[in-house]
Design a protein around this ligand. Structure first.
Ligand code: ADP
Length: 646
């Protein structure tokens, strides 16, 4: 019999999370109980799941549950479950380290927020077990894993590490014993009424009984078991504190908004209330229930490329088959939280089988449709709330336009964009309506920021013609536009591509005439920029600026090129056309220079400057900024000293 005790240090992140939890969540202390009950309930789920294939792990008749016990004198509160338990290794891994790449990012986000949003952020992260230290000065975890003989005891005061020792005669499962901190603010956690209140507030829908021995004053009985009038005694009885009915299984009409919200907090770890709650029951050939939530704000891991799955859990006949089941919703709806239960799926369905199961695919299709229709009603009925959602999650929906074949057009109705002529965000439908019958195309321009796009030379002619242009500044817009090429039969046209946008016949003739006239100059400029541009031509899109770069309709846009390069892709240089403003005085000047001396080195210099400033105007970086500034300085020097090259 060994009673040896080993001492272990916490991983650095654990200490950091621990101290954050203890110091920033003191106004939410009571949630420690929710977290521990939720862990116990997960452990019972795991046992039930493993027992499907290993029936020896438990007795078929056994009652699974959670028991709370309090001892006011010793100042202890225990939370016991007869669930899966933990092996020694699992114990060390689970309660001594923090797994997951998200932790570092989370801690960074927390430091950045300067503590202001701590409860929100910690809530999203899921403080879990460590929240016990908000109320306890010492925590002891005695646990034995199902199927193993020996158990382990873990103890810690939450400062720097923990101790491990072997546990004798432990039952299967886990007992968490908290020694409460001194101070009257902690006393309520030893009182029956307070514990009862916390359980019913946060854990009512836990599917296993949460039981506690409570004192009950009852009439005293005589020898025959009949109540004696006027005489009472206090007896201890075991009471189940929660209703145990999973919320999603209850009729909608009986569920209060508070209950829906509480369940959301429970499964999402989000402290805020959800934006929308979707409770749906499908009947008929394939029956299932889904309780889904749309959060109001993005979680800190929304853009973590390793987190692609909506946190929606799949149950079959009350057994949790898979947490965060990736087959229930596509990655672009990964913000959704909730549960789906279908009794028409077999209990022994494996995780691999889920993917190919036609029933699961049908559920997924229906859920996607439902979420989209809820969003579409929100867009119609409460624009402000919808915009809040869009600001947080629009990027995901745009991914959906790229990936979501069937739903593409439906999602595009939900998309909001900035506009060159309107304040705020507009939908494609609103754009089309405003554009009226004589405009077929929808104009869009992509780039790094609204400000840059507003001042883009590409907008000049469109603006003069009174055309609205949608300004797209999310990196994902580039990918989205590859798929979204039309909306309701209106082609989507990129303002920085193709030969001409808005031009009447007369203007076109004049432009072509001018091009014939100045053929020599255009040729000389093109030659000077041979390495950089595909051609130099006159433009129909400029009013004030002298020059602009224009892509091919099929080539990737400048913004796409920048993004791909930034992501480390090697791309061949995409040559675009340099378009000149045929009526700009600069062009006249260049022509004079050229006609005097077609070989003048100044023509080359001006070509380089025109190209360089066109790049700057679209927010790009110059390949050779030193040469550009040198040319610019020479030119400025000539100008201020009254010289000039002509
Ligand atoms: P989370 O529950 O969010 O994973 P916790 O810090 O609460 O994080 O718990 C860490 C892990 O410890 C859990 O994922 C689980 O594997 C294990 N654990 C905690 N409590 C129990 C318990 N009562 N029974 C079995 N395992 C548990």
């Amino acid at each position: 019999m060994s009673t040896q005790t080993e001492t272990h240090e916490f991983q650095a992140e654990v200490s950091e999370v621990l101290s954050l939890v203890v110091h920033s969540l003191y106004s939410h202390r009571e949630i420690f109980l929710r977290e521990l009950i939720s862990n116990a309930s997960d452990a019972l789920d795991k046992l039930r799941f493993e027992a499907l294939t290993q029936p020896d792990l438990m007795d078929a008749e056994e009652n699974l549950g959670i028991v709370l016990a309090r001892d006011e004198k010793a100042r202890t509160l225990t939370i016991a479950d007869n669930g899966i338990g933990m092996s020694r290794e699992e114990l060390m891994e689970n309660l001594g380290t923090i797994a997951g790449s998200g932790t570092r990012r989370f801690l960074a986000a927390l430091r950045e927020s300067g503590g202001a949003d701590s409860p929100q952020l910690i809530g999203q992260f899921g403080v879990g077990f460590y929240s016990a230290f908000m109320v306890a000065s010492r925590v002891e975890v005695s646990t034995r894993r199902a199927g193993e003989e020996k158990g382990t005891i873990w103890t810690s005061d939450g400062s720097s590490g923990y101790e491990l020792s072997e546990g004798e005669d432990l039952g299967r499962g886990t007992v968490v014993k908290l020694t409460l901190r001194e101070g009257e603010e902690y006393d309520p956690y030893l009182q029956e009424w307070r514990l009862r209140e916390i359980v019913s507030k946060y854990s009512d829908f836990v599917e296993y009984p949460v039981q506690m021995e409570v004192e009950r004053r009852e009439p005293k009985l005589d020898e025959e078991g009949k109540p004696i009038e006027g005489e009472f005694e206090t007896r201890l009885v075991t009471e189940t504190l929660n209703s145990m009915k999973p919320l999603w299984a209850r009729p909608k009409a009986e569920i209060s908004p508070e209950e829906y919200n509480e369940f959301y907090h429970h499964i999402s770890h989000d402290w805020g209330d959800p934006l929308e709650t979707i409770h749906l029951r499908a009947e008929g050939e394939l029956e299932y229930t889904a309780l889904l939530y749309l959060p109001a704000r993005p979680s800190f891991d929304l853009y973590d490329p390793t987190v692609k799955t909506a946190k929606v859990h799949l149950y079959v006949r009350r057994v949790l088959i898979e947490r965060d089941c990736e087959d229930l919703l596509p990655p672009w709806l990964r913000m959704v939280r909730g549960v789906v239960e279908s009794n028409d799926l077999p209990l022994n369905i494996s995780r691999e089988m889920l993917q190919d199961d036609p029933r699961v695919r049908r559920i997924r299709k229906r859920l996607v449709k439902k979420v989209l229709s809820v969003l579409s009603s929100l867009l119609e009925e409460n624009r402000e709330r919808y915009e809040e959602f869009w600001r947080g999650f629009g990027v995901c929906l745009k991914e959906g336009i790229y990936y979501g074949e069937d739903e593409q057009q439906r999602i595009s109705r939900l998309a909001l964009f900035e506009s060159s002529t309107q304040e705020g965000l507009v939908t494609l439908a609103e754009y089309v309506e405003r554009a009226g019958d004589d405009q077929d195309e929808i104009y869009v321009l992509t780039g790094p920021s609204r400000k840059l796009l507003e001042n883009s030379p590409h907008l000049e002619a469109l603006r003069a013609a009174g055309r609205e242009v949608l300004l797209l500044t999310d990196p994902v817009d580039e990918w989205m536009l590859e798929r979204l090429t039309s909306f309701d039969g209106h082609p989507i046209r990129r303002a920085d591509r193709g030969e001409s946008l808005v031009e009447d016949e007369e203007a076109k003739e004049q432009r072509e005439e001018k091009a014939r006239e100045l053929e020599g100059l255009l040729g000389a400029l093109a030659e000077a920029l041979e390495e950089d541009v595909s051609e130099v031509r006159f433009s129909s899109r400029l009013k004030d600026s002298p020059a602009v770069l224009v892509g091919d309709t099929t080539a990737p846009s400048a913004q796409m090129e920048r993004l791909l390069r930034r992501a480390g892709h090697e791309l061949p240089k995409q040559k675009r056309a340099l378009e000149l403003n045929p009526v700009h005085p600069l062009v006249e000047g260049l022509q004079r220079l050229f006609s005097v001396d077609p070989q003048s080195p100044r023509v080359r210099d001006y070509a380089a400057l025109l190209y360089g400033q066109a790049l700057i105007a679209e927010g790009a970086t110059l390949e050779n900024p030193a040469r550009f500034t040198q040319l610019l300085t020479e030119l400025m020097t000539e100008t201020v000293s009254g010289g000039g090259s002509h």
